[in-house]
Design a protein around this ligand. Structure first.
Ligand code: RUB
Length: 271
């Protein structure tokens, strides 16, 4: 009975990750860790590894579980987040407009922590088509009492500069799916944000758990076309890239549990 139940739970988690119901690097890694603990076999590891190709944290966690106790790995997420929160707090000033994209657990929790510590700032965010992760971000921040203004993705230029009634963003916090030697991979749109930020002289910080680092080549996911246009005529080609690479030259720094570091310092430390 127990084994049957575990199998059912395992399959449900795998399905929810595959169908993008469980989203974001940290959430995926936590759930994968739990799923593996239900059926700790080579076959289940292989199955879990194939769920989301753009998520090295998923693989790192599965590799750690062979050498480290489950509880210790599980504890890492909260312990790292606590340090990330404290480090991010140092970057936020009263009356800042902080811009963010998509939904990142690392970013959202750090912002909520800063609010609880009495920082008075507001957030601009993107709706993040086609799956609207920006709505989740906006809801969570609003619930914590943070003022949020959400923009359609194509209003990035307006959201980041002083235009049409909006204030200029003071800083940008991006989450990350993968931390690579030469830069990061994050939600599609992240590089465009960085290019506008460069023109507008707005610093971009990546807020991410160091367990997202990998030396491996990371394939970037292409997602289902029906996310974009369900009943599109057959002869129209649609592309739905979910992630993109952001070169380190665009990043003012990376905030992780290892501190606030220049990207190259982070790479030296994390290796
Ligand atoms: C989510 C995404 C987020 C990172 C953040 O994409 O790109 O920025 O996963 O990670 P999707 P974390 O919703 O398509 O999975 O949540 O660990 O901060």
């Amino acid at each position: 009975m127990m084994i049957k139940n575990n199998k059912k739970k395992f399959n449900q988690i795998a399905r929810e990750i595959k169908e993008i119901k469980i989203q974001g690097a940290s959430n995926i890694a936590k759930k994968v860790l739990y799923a593996y603990s239900l059926i700790p076999t080579k076959i289940s590891k292989k199955k879990l590894l194939n769920l989301r190709p753009t998520e090295p944290m998923l693989e790192n966690v599965l590799n750690k579980i062979e050498k480290q106790p489950y509880k210790e790995i599980e504890k890492h997420f909260d312990e790292a987040q606590e340090k990330i929160n404290k480090n991010t707090l140092k970057l936020i000033k009263n009356s800042d407009v902080v811009f963010t994209h998509c939904h990142s657990t690392n970013v959202v929790r750090a912002l909520i922590y800063a609010k609880k510590k009495g920082k008075n700032f507001e957030v601009y965010n993107t709706e993040t088509r086609p799956l609207f992760q920006g709505r989740k971000t906006a809801r969570e921040l609003k619930k914590a009492g943070i003022k949020v203004t959400m923009f359609v993705d194509s209003a990035l230029g307006v959201a980041l500069s002083k235009e049409q009634g909006t204030k200029k963003a003071d800083k940008i916090f991006l989450g990350a799916d993968a931390l690579l030697k030469k830069g990061i991979i994050n939600k599609i749109g992240s590089e465009v944000i960085c290019q506008i930020a460069k023109n507008q002289k707005i610093p971009v910080y990546v807020i991410a758990d160091s367990w997202k680092f990998t030396k491996k080549k990371v394939p970037k996911e292409q997602r289902k076309l029906n996310e974009i246009w369900d009943d599109a005529p057959k002869n129209i080609k649609i592309k739905n890239p979910a992630f993109e690479f952001v070169p380190k030259k665009y990043l003012a720094g990376i905030v992780s549990e290892l501190g606030i570091l220049k990207y190259r310092e982070f790479i030296k430390k994390v290796k």
